[in-house]
Write a protein that binds this ligand. Structure first.
Ligand code: NIG
Ligand code: MN
Ligand code: MN
Length: 325
């Protein structure tokens, strides 16, 4: 259920072996084995850690196109050759992959939750690589332990609410209802903001559930074009002020198929990357970001690794901005 990181996963262009100014991410990444003791981050350091969630069992159960199980490998490969511009106090780690075996989604989610909780306890900043959007429930299981006394806000860039009923079974379409129910059982609030919603991609019952749970949402049409930036930034600022910690999750099907063909549910009328990038940077700069993930990368349907490179680019900018706070 867990595979430690391997240097083999980080192969990239090498310009120089001994000149730091020419280094790329594959030359600076360190490895963290989560099967044993995890060393705490020294006070002087900021440590980002990639953790893969090799799972598309939720997508399969949700009648989607499987393949997201290979998302983490494709993301590492897309990040490996990034030029290294981070200050020396910032460290990058790879902590390997949580695997879903024998279609045991629930066990994989619990395992992911345990790993995320350990990383947060020791001062790491998790960047979780999906995997189908069932990653969100596992990720939350780790986050809830770190936010017992905090008001957690969940920000989801997604064409879909993922608030389906899980009465029969959980899937990639159910994580946020699972989270809502879990928070409510503990007498806590479910503060959920979705940006990029497509009306034609969500049935009426999902809109009813969203209303009932007081979900804040923005339709994709309201986030198209540069003139929408100021309004969206203002709305996000107001939302950020209401929460104490943020879990940010990016479902790559929020983007137009021109940018993100490699997903299960392709979305022709989706967002352009620039708008998501700006909002992502705003969240990273807020000082409230606790953890983030990217979900639904399906390399089997990708073109020229376009979707992987988009997701990797978003991670690059998230790290750069988050490293400043
Ligand atoms: N992760 C969620 N996926 C969408 C899939 C929609 C579709 O396949 O069209 C959902 O359940 O709503
Ligand atoms: Mn989606
Ligand atoms: Mn989703």
């Amino acid at each position: 259920m867990y595979k430690p990181a391997s240097k083999q996963a980080w192969k990239g262009r090498t310009d120089a072996h001994d000149e730091e100014l020419e280094y790329r991410w594959h030359q600076v990444i360190k490895f963290l084995d989560l099967s044993g003791e995890v060393p705490p981050v020294p006070d002087t350091k900021i440590a980002f850690v990639f953790l893969g969630f090799c799972c598309d069992e939720g997508v399969r159960r949700n009648q989607g196109r499987t393949g997201a199980v290979d998302g983490p490998a494709s993301l590492r490969s897309a990040m490996a050759s990034f030029a290294h511009h981070l200050p020396s106090k910032v460290m990058l780690y790879d902590a390997g992959d949580v695997l879903c075996t024998n279609q045991n989604l629930e066990e994989a989610q619990e395992q992911l939750g345990r790993k995320v909780a350990v990383l947060l306890q020791h001062g790491y900043r998790p960047l979780v690589l999906g995997g189908g959007h069932e990653i969100a429930f596992g990720h939350f299981l780790g986050l809830e332990q770190a936010t017992v006394k905090q008001r957690l806000g969940i920000l989801n860039f997604d064409a879909h609410f993922d608030l389906r009923s899980y009465a029969r079974q959980s899937s990639s379409g159910t994580p946020f209802l699972q989270i809502a129910d879990k928070l409510h059982e503990q007498g806590k609030e479910f503060v959920y903001n979705c940006i990029g919603i497509q009306q034609q991609g969500n049935t009426r019952i999902l809109f009813h559930t969203a209303e009932k749970l007081q979900v804040q949402y923005t339709f994709a049409e309201q986030a198209q074009g540069h003139h929408t930036f100021p309004v969206l930034q203002e709305q996000l600022q107001v939302w950020l002020e209401q929460v104490e910690a943020v879990y940010l999750t990016i479902d790559l099907d929020v983007f137009s198929a021109a940018y993100a063909p490699g997903v299960s549910a392709v979305n022709v009328l989706g967002l352009q990357p620039g708008i998501v990038l700006q909002l992502l940077q705003q969240v990273a700069a807020s000082g409230k970001l606790l953890s983030l993930d990217v979900a639904e990368l399906n390399p089997a349907f990708d073109t020229d690794n376009r979707t992987a490179k988009l997701a990797a680019g978003l991670l690059y900018h998230a790290v750069s901005e988050w490293a400043k706070v």
